[in-house]
Design a protein around this ligand. Structure first.
Ligand SMILES: [Zn+2]
Length: 77
């Protein structure tokens, strides 16, 4: 219904023994655009990267989660 549907997407920028892998919330339109054009997505927390993996195995970015909760609170009711 909304253009602002947001989905969690993994961050694959880091790949060498890091511990900063999270699934970030990204606007659906950005994900679609990225899939088509191959450019970066921008998460709610401001992180930018090119998604290309299954995000289910990563925990949700705490910054994105906090922002998402604020957005829902502002839009709800
Ligand atoms: Zn994030």
């Amino acid at each position: 219904m909304s253009e602002t549907v947001i989905k969690p997407v993994e961050d694959t920028r880091l790949s060498e023994g890091d511990h900063d892998r999270y699934a970030h919330y990204v606007r659906k339109a950005d994900i679609m655009s990225s899939a088509v054009e191959g450019h970066e997505v921008i998460a709610l927390c401001g992180k930018r990267w090119i998604p290309n993996r299954d995000p289910d195995k990563y925990p949700v970015c705490p910054d994105c989660k906090s922002i998402m909760e604020q957005l829902r609170g502002a839009q709800g009711n």
